[in-house]
Design a protein. Structure first.
Lengths: 77, 371
């Protein structure tokens, strides 16, 4: 699983946030555009691109984009 | 394995009853509790796909179901005495006991030689109820079953939820020698029981004054007699389980689901349904939606699509339907069938029709006089 592709996929769920504002260390909840609906888009993207189903707790327990990436990688096994 | 096939049985017709009253989400105020202060009402409507819903704080599911059933029975010219069973699928029954189906037997004037029972399911409820009705008829035990499904007035006073609407549907199931009937797939995952739950109001956590104390849940203030939903968990569940169930059904019975005319999915979240359509590679013109005008109507949502979205295209015309209900439980059910169904016109019910034609014996009116 490549982290740069993951960041691209993650950033792709945002409409108004420039891609350069989304990096592995970005605290995604601090992004102005972040909302519960974007959280759903992330869940959908992860399911589609990585074949893994994230739960609410997976998002809640993550702080940075890398945290989400690590969780997806762990679930993928 | 929960695959079932029932032959020699068909759906004769479908009808639906909704409150006359329309509540528009464009009238919501940001930050008043119903929608977050982060969104304007217009943004909320655009993101959720729900512009308005039918709402009554007076009419129960059985009131709407009664109206739908009366319309359906009249449209089909069914002799009420020939109805062998009434099944009531709802999570907003009139009373915890007795079963609302029993009350409907009397209110509809059905025979006392009638089987009546409630089924406490939501999103998957119509598919489950349909399988039970089909099973009775297909086995030869019964000839006609009336299935009423929906949700309306809540069990406890609470702020209106902008995503939910009130509706009840009536489905007439009857014997039909020689027809292919229905193919079903069912599944359950009780480990997800807390994903959609009304914490109090049952026996596990008894209803008491503390039940009405509001606490914060996923950014909203809610008391314990309101439905708590873990949105992200339900979303992830829906986008994986619904497509899998459809594929499993098609594979088990050896058919190509792409040949079907209409795909009727439970109407809960537009984003979720769009993902399901994408995963199954469906032609979106075959996938009607009613969230815009009706919101999430629980077990009514699938049959309500027939009445409100595709009535002209299917009424009396032979079509292949693939329906999938999924949600609270967690529970899911998918059904495939082909038929020409009679679809009644939508019944709109005014609040004055509460308990229409039916009062408890010994009831008194406001002046203390016998009704």
């Amino acid at each position: 699983m490549d982290i740069n592709t993951f960041i691209e996929n993650f950033a792709g769920q945002f409409d108004d946030t420039p891609a350069d504002q989304i990096n592995p260390e970005t605290n995604f909840r601090d992004l102005e555009e972040w909302s519960s609906l974007i959280a759903l888009s992330i869940i959908a993207m992860v399911d589609e691109e990585y074949g893994v189903t994230l739960k609410g707790d997976d998002i809640k327990n993550a702080t940075t984009v890398k945290d989400v990436f690590d969780r997806v990688a762990a679930l993928k096994g | 394995m929960a695959f079932c096939e029932f032959k020699n049985v068909r759906i004769a017709g479908v009808a639906a009853g909704v409150p006359k009253n329309i509540v528009s989400n464009l009238d919501l105020k940001s930050g008043d509790g119903s929608i977050s202060a982060d969104y304007s009402p217009e943004a909320f409507v655009e993101m959720t796909g729900v512009k308005e819903r039918r709402v009554s704080e007076v009419l129960t599911t059985s009131d709407l179901g009664f109206a739908a059933a009366e319309r359906l029975i009249a449209d089909l010219a069914w002799d009420k005495a020939t109805i062998d069973a009434v099944l009531f699928v709802s999570q907003t029954a009139d009373y915890a006991l007795p079963a609302t189906a029993c009350i409907l037997q009397d209110r509809l004037g059905l025979s006392k030689e009638c089987y009546a029972a409630d089924i406490a399911l939501g999103c998957s409820g119509w598919v489950y109820g349909l399988s039970m009705a089909c099973s009775f008829v297909s086995s030869g035990a019964m000839k006609r079953v009336l299935l009423i499904a929906g949700d309306a007035k809540r069990r406890a006073p609470q702020p209106l939820d902008p995503l939910f609407g009130c509706a009840a549907t009536a489905t007439a199931v009857e014997l039909a020698e020689g027809v292919d009937g229905f193919k079903f797939h069912f599944g359950t995952d009780g480990s997800g029981y807390e994903a959609i739950i009304m914490p109090d109001s049952g026996s596990r956590n008894q209803t008491r004054p503390e039940s009405f104390v509001s606490t914060e849940f996923e950014g909203k203030m809610m008391h314990q007699m309101q439905t708590h939903m873990k949105g992200m968990d339900v979303f992830g569940f829906g986008i994986t389980t619904a497509p899998k169930s459809v594929k499993k059904l098609a594979e088990h019975y050896g058919f190509d689901y792409q040949t079907y005319d209409y795909f009727l999915f439970h109407q809960a979240n537009m984003k979720m349904n769009n993902m399901i359509v994408k995963k199954l590679k469906l032609d979106p013109t075959k996938v009607p939606s009613e969230m815009y005008n009706f919101g999430n109507t629980s077990s009514a949502s699938i049959p309500l699509l027939l009445v409100t979205q595709i009535r002209d295209q299917v009424n009396g015309q032979k079509k292949k339907f693939l329906c999938c209900g999924f949600g609270v439980g967690l529970s899911w059910g998918t059904v495939a069938f082909e038929d020409a169904i009679r679809v009644s016109e939508l019944v709109e019910v005014g609040d004055e029709c509460e308990n229409y034609g039916y009062k408890l014996q010994g009831a008194v009116d406001e002046k203390g006089g016998q009704i």
